[in-house]
Design a protein around this ligand. Structure first.
Ligand code: GUN
Length: 290
């Protein structure tokens, strides 16, 4: 078993980006600028957004954190989005999800200008991805593709089972793995909460990508010997023995699954850091298109 180490791979990407920013600076070009909108200040979203902003600083990007109260109206959030669309200095931005229940996420996502949609969630970005046209790929699936590519994982002709069909991970992931690209060219099966013969299907997976949002759902008996396993899940579990008061678990029962695999991504330190690296890559691309 080898680790698909997202920390090492994302550090490589960040080093490359840092060098690119230095080259831009040397030429007197515009420094890429990412903005992140955070509505409310609860839960893991704060940690994620702070990590994104910190990563920008590390590679030399400009970053702006827009903090808004969770009582903000949908109309006011849409005004902020319009402001960011018009801001010439900002190359790309994200609105961290989930949003409070009184705000329609689709409305907000569709209001983001597709040329600044570095999260790749806008229908235009997703449509272009399906058509294999240049676009911003959604950060988590893009990060997983990078993790596979940069660790030399062969995907062509392999059976890839994607667990989960969310708009931000499972669905785009299945499309990317089936596209005529490298990585890609896999035979893809999507399984979800209504799938009947789940284990029968996961046992056929050469590559198993797990994004179902249930802690330690995937157990050793569901995984084929020698499979590549990518764990997208991240769950905070209360743990009084930890200084933070919690520990992190993935969707895969790592200790028992890992010995059966050829490669497996850990949680934390797998997909998470790759998602941030992808967002930075998309931001550099946004700045280059200006
Ligand atoms: N919530 C969970 N993942 C993401 C992400 O990649 N981008 C945004 N904006 N929100 C998220």
């Amino acid at each position: 078993m080898q680790l698909l180490d997202g920390k090492i791979t994302s550090d490589q990407i960040k080093e490359e980006l840092k060098n690119k920013v230095e080259a831009i600076k040397a030429k007197g070009g515009k420094i890429p600028h990412l903005a992140a909108v955070l509505v409310g200040d609860s839960g893991a979203a704060v940690t994620y957004v702070n990590a994104k902003v910190k990563a920008c600083e590390l590679v030399g990007f400009k970053s702006t954190l827009v903090k808004l109260p969770d009582t903000i109206s949908e109309a006011d959030l849409l005004s902020k989005v319009a402001e960011l669309n018009a801001d010439k200095d900002i190359d790309g931005y994200i609105v961290q999800l989930p949003l409070p229940k009184h705000i329609d996420e689709h409305k907000v996502t569709e209001a983001i200008s597709p040329d600044k949609d570095v999260d790749g969630f806008h229908p235009t970005s997703l449509g272009r991805m399906v058509l294999n046209l240049p676009t911003y790929l959604p950060a988590t699936p893009y990060g997983i593709m990078q993790l596979l590519e940069r660790n030399g994982i062969e995907t062509a002709g392999k059976h890839c089972v994607v667990m989960g069909r969310s708009h931000i991970v499972g669905s785009p992931m299945s499309i990317l793995m089936a596209r005529n690209t490298n990585p890609g060219n896999a035979t893809v099966t999507i399984v979800h909460s209504r799938t009947k013969n789940l284990k029968e299907l996961t046992l056929q997976a050469d590559i198993l990508i797990v994004a179902i949002g249930k802690p330690e759902f995937v157990t050793a008996d569901m995984v084929k010997e020698g499979a590549v396993v990518v764990d997208v899940g991240i769950h905070r579990i209360d743990d009084a023995s930890k200084k933070s008061g919690f520990r992190l678990l993935g969707d895969v029962k790592f200790d028992e699954v890992a010995p059966k695999t050829s490669y497996i991504s850990p949680v934390p330190g797998g997909v998470g850091p790759m998602t941030i690296a992808s967002l930075l890559m998309n931001t550099l691309q946004a700045a280059a298109l200006k």
